[in-house]
Design a protein around this ligand. Sequence first.
Ligand code: NAG
Ligand code: NAG
Ligand code: NAG
Ligand code: NAG
Ligand code: NAG
Ligand code: NAG
Ligand code: NAG
Ligand code: NAG
Ligand code: NAG
Ligand code: NAG
Ligand code: NAG
Ligand code: NAG
Length: 413
Amino acid sequence: MRVQLLSLGASLLPLAAAQFTGNGNSTNATSTGPDEDGKYWIYGEGISAAFIPYGASISNLLIKDQYGIERDIVAGFDNASYYAIDRQHPHFGGVPGRYANRIKNSSFEIDGETYHIKPNENPTKDHPDGVDTLHGGPNGWDWRNFTVASRSNNSITFSFVDPDGEQGFPGEVVSYITYTLGNMTWDFKMVAISTTKKTPIMLSSHTYWNLDGFANNDTQSVLNHTFYLPYSGQRVGVDNILIPTGDILANQQGSVNDFWSAPKQIGTDFQKEELKNNCGFNCTGYDTCWLVNRQQDGPYDWRAEDGFVARLQSPWSGIQLDIYSDQEAFQMYSCNGQNGSMALKKTQGLFDNKDFPRTIPKYGCVVLEVEDWIDAINQPEWQRGSKQIYGPGDDPYVLQASYKFSINATKTS
Ligand SMILES: *[C@@H]1O[C@H](CO)[C@@H](O)[C@H](O)[C@H]1NC(C)=O
Ligand SMILES: *[C@@H]1O[C@H](CO)[C@@H](O)[C@H](O)[C@H]1NC(C)=O
Ligand SMILES: *[C@@H]1O[C@H](CO)[C@@H](O)[C@H](O)[C@H]1NC(C)=O
Ligand SMILES: *[C@@H]1O[C@H](CO)[C@@H](O)[C@H](O)[C@H]1NC(C)=O
Ligand SMILES: *[C@@H]1O[C@H](CO)[C@@H](O)[C@H](O)[C@H]1NC(C)=O
Ligand SMILES: *[C@@H]1O[C@H](CO)[C@@H](O)[C@H](O)[C@H]1NC(C)=O
Ligand SMILES: *[C@@H]1O[C@H](CO)[C@@H](O)[C@H](O)[C@H]1NC(C)=O
Ligand SMILES: *[C@@H]1O[C@H](CO)[C@@H](O)[C@H](O)[C@H]1NC(C)=O
Ligand SMILES: *[C@@H]1O[C@H](CO)[C@@H](O)[C@H](O)[C@H]1NC(C)=O
Ligand SMILES: *[C@@H]1O[C@H](CO)[C@@H](O)[C@H](O)[C@H]1NC(C)=O
Ligand SMILES: *[C@@H]1O[C@H](CO)[C@@H](O)[C@H](O)[C@H]1NC(C)=O
Ligand SMILES: *[C@@H]1O[C@H](CO)[C@@H](O)[C@H](O)[C@H]1NC(C)=O
């Protein structure tokens, strides 16, 4: 498998390089190499997007708002080369892997054997590197460069080989990440194959959204974006450093974590006492894994019209994002950790307005992640081993999603 992948990559790479045309103009659909900023552009009807090998990340997504003005609605950096230099590393638009979100105590057990992986979060005096692992470790997938395996006008596929033992994980994993643009749609398919040993795999897309392109002249925050999770009456209970406790909690109607009974603005409950510590110690906001419960209504087609698992909408731009996915959990993070230290891109924000600095403020964005139940490898009673542990000869890990954009200028409360 590895040999095949490498030879495929090697045969395709010179082709991409030979076709390098270096044109950064998003309306120019003829260039096939990266532009002068190191970005690979692809095009759909009413939508275009740029991707970079670093973390197989999306760096730009352009779409017109209700006034016909083009907005860049994802956070990122202007130059692909800066992603590897930036030390804050907010996982901008990348693929967290090989295991997204947190792993309790940086360890897990497979077939009676305990594995210890590299910690990278919540350092203490006794554990200077941290007490848990976030997004695959200090050299997780979104710290590394993928290979451009193939590319067309509307699609790009990245390939990646994660060696046996990397970050302490057992076995080699080979992965393909394909992004495709359609008629106001962004689809992705992530496939990963464990080739040598049983190992945990859980991927996601860690994209930061601001549906106003950070150009809203009333507010820099996303607290007025409306959010809806129609299948998510339950969520994963966590401790004060966001490690799952094993408990599945109810999102009672009207409670701060209720986004299922009706759409609601993200900021609706920010003054409520109940939201304090909702995203960990001393944190007001969301960094929550909701379950997506659909089986009870019978067999379903995740692509079915109106079957979206999440909807995000901004009344200011009128842009609406409906997310369809085959995954059974959904994470939303309300950018509680942003503090104005990340710069906007040249395609974003308001110029000539001192009240709106060209940086991302606290609550200035929202991360939406289709995923499986977080840290299920440490909660055997959830019985999700078949969704999270993969060995040689098993069916591949597959994640699919379709992000559909439309204009919905409805004002909501
Ligand atoms: C697109 O970019 C290529 C390479 O820079 C250039 O030759 C071509 O004229 C451009 N096409 C348009 C329509 O701008
Ligand atoms: C991009 O290309 C289009 C089509 O060739 C052209 O009309 C437009 O002016 C270009 N924009 C920039 C910023 O170069
Ligand atoms: C992007 O970074 C690369 C490498 O540092 C540099 O060669 C290139 O000029 C940069 N592009 C722009 C437009 O600054
Ligand atoms: C690329 O796709 C866009 C959108 O579908 C289309 O307008 C454009 O003509 C295509 N370009 C090429 C070279 O096929
Ligand atoms: C990844 O590629 C970028 C260019 O986009 C380069 O600046 C960086 O050094 C590479 N990083 C690694 C870890 O290879
Ligand atoms: C956490 O991992 C360490 C080794 O890294 C181990 O000694 C300890 O028992 C583990 N703690 C728990 C609660 O599992
Ligand atoms: C794109 O979708 C819109 C609305 O569904 C439709 O009217 C239009 O014909 C579609 N365009 C193409 C090229 O399929
Ligand atoms: C704010 O933006 C909206 C939408 O683009 C525009 O209609 C309005 O004139 C702007 N207001 C100010 C004060 O610039
Ligand atoms: C925007 O959000 C703030 C904070 O939640 C709220 O007070 C305000 O009413 C909202 N504005 C609109 C126009 O919905
Ligand atoms: C908790 O937050 C409050 C208010 O922001 C701050 O004053 C306090 O220092 C924080 N406590 C800790 C332990 O971080
Ligand atoms: C903002 O957050 C970053 C990352 O946590 C930190 O390095 C920086 O010191 C913070 N800046 C301010 C002004 O708090
Ligand atoms: C527009 O958004 C509102 C509020 O989220 C929702 O009730 C309505 O169904 C949406 N309309 C469409 C056409 O999606």
